[in-house]
Design a protein around this ligand. Structure first.
Ligand code: G6P
Length: 367
């Protein structure tokens, strides 16, 4: 088993470090339809009035971010549901609905049930999946594969970043085919995506040398609670950061949109609660900074994810995690990586079985 882990202590850390390769393979593996060399089988891009995304767990968080992609780049109204809710809520679906199931394993029972319900109501079904030949890929009209390679760790990492990569490409493709995006914008955004693997690589290389995230984890592994805050495309990253921590370290953690903090979570803040802010550059940067000031005023301990040259954030934060700057819509793919590492190191410091957390399964094949 040690050999399978390629010298790493756990599959999770190995899989975190595989992300530059996984994202890059997902881009090249999907290039043919993206460039228009082959059709995306069964999909007429101009025929959809709405998209409904169904997924569970980490894949659901990828869906929440994909909503931003589809609405911004393809101008298609997009809803995102937990598959376990969708299947019991009598959704409005017709032949003009594209239902996208996001599932690493392709075997999650609720996601399959949501797909079957959508099929019965006449939707087109597209699966974004990591496992060739899985049930979801056999039942969907169209499959977009992620090329993460086998994901062994129960806590999902590289499946998530590759899902975002594939969904980003799909949104640009739909936008171009629908006439919403000009060819130049598609090309410009695609070039930015191509740079993402090397940006993650740069961050991971630096972390390996300096151990910054590891040191911050050492500071906080005895915490009882943690709050993750972010906005816009990084709100789901706050949810995902909190989920990672809960899954493997059993520390209570909550993700919240930082603008909503004043309606509840602010009551939880005191000196003992680490508050992790995703404060990288983008349209809501200033807004996030002012939310940080509110936390600071209540003596919360701030850990900030920031880009280089962000003096406003540097000034207020107690701990800093610097990540390379990328376009705002791509920032979730980079920003999630330090949060995966943070959860990993905390669980490891606590001595837990990182790859096999209690009560959780890699794929939940019964309801
Ligand atoms: C389980 C796993 C999660 C995963 C979720 C959805 O809960 O522990 O890591 O995100 O299932 O799995 P799927 O294979 O459908 O993406």
């Amino acid at each position: 088993a040690q050999a399978e882990k390629g010298g790493y202590k756990h599959f999770m850390i190995k899989e975190i470090y595989e992300q530059p390769r996984a994202v890059s393979d997902t881009i090249s593996g999907n290039m043919a339809w993206f460039k228009g060399d082959v059709p995306l089988e069964g999909i007429d891009p101009t025929s959809f009035e709405r998209i409904q995304i169904v997924a569970c767990g980490t894949s659901f968080h990828a869906g929440l971010i994909a909503k931003f992609f589809f609405e911004n780049f393809s101008q298609i109204l997009t809803e995102v549901d937990y598959a376990s809710e969708y299947r019991y809520r009598n959704p409005v679906v017709n032949g003009k609905t594209l239902v996208i199931a996001i599932t690493q394993s392709g075997e999650t029972a609720d996601t399959l049930a949501a797909m079957r319900l959508a099929r019965k109501k006449g939707a087109k079904l597209l699966a974004v999946c990591n496992v060739i030949g899985s049930t979801a890929t056999r039942e969907a009209d169209t499959v977009i594969y992620t090329y993460a390679g086998p994901e062994i760790s129960v806590a999902s990492t590289k499946a998530f970043t590759t899902q975002l990569t594939a969904l980003y490409m799909l949104s640009l493709w739909l936008g171009r085919e629908n006439g919403v995006l000009k060819e130049e914008e598609v090309n410009a955004r695609f070039s930015q995506l191509m740079e993402v693997p090397s940006k993650i690589e740069y961050f991971l290389g630096r972390e390996k040398k300096e151990g910054n995230v590891k040191n911050i984890a050492l500071e906080f592994y005895r915490s009882k609670d943690a709050l993750y805050l972010g906005r816009h495309v990084n709100y789901p990253i706050a949810l995902e950061g909190a989920l990672k921590l809960k899954e493997i370290s059993y520390i209570h953690a909550e993700g919240y949109p930082s603008g909503e903090m004043k309606h509840g979570p602010i009551a939880l803040i005191d000196e003992s609660v680490p508050v992790i802010f995703i404060a990288t550059k983008g349209s809501v940067y200033e807004k996030v900074v002012s939310n940080m000031e509110e936390v600071k005023a209540r003596k919360g301990k701030i850990i900030a994810l920031l880009n280089p040259s962000s003096p406003e954030v540097e000034r207020i934060s107690d701990f800093k995690i610097e990540v390379p700057e990328v376009d705002e819509f791509l920032s979730p793919i980079v920003n999630v990586v330090p949060l995966q590492l943070f959860a990993y190191y905390i669980a490891d410091f606590l001595g837990y079985d990182v790859d096999q957390p209690r009560n959780l399964a890699k794929s939940v094949t019964v309801e």
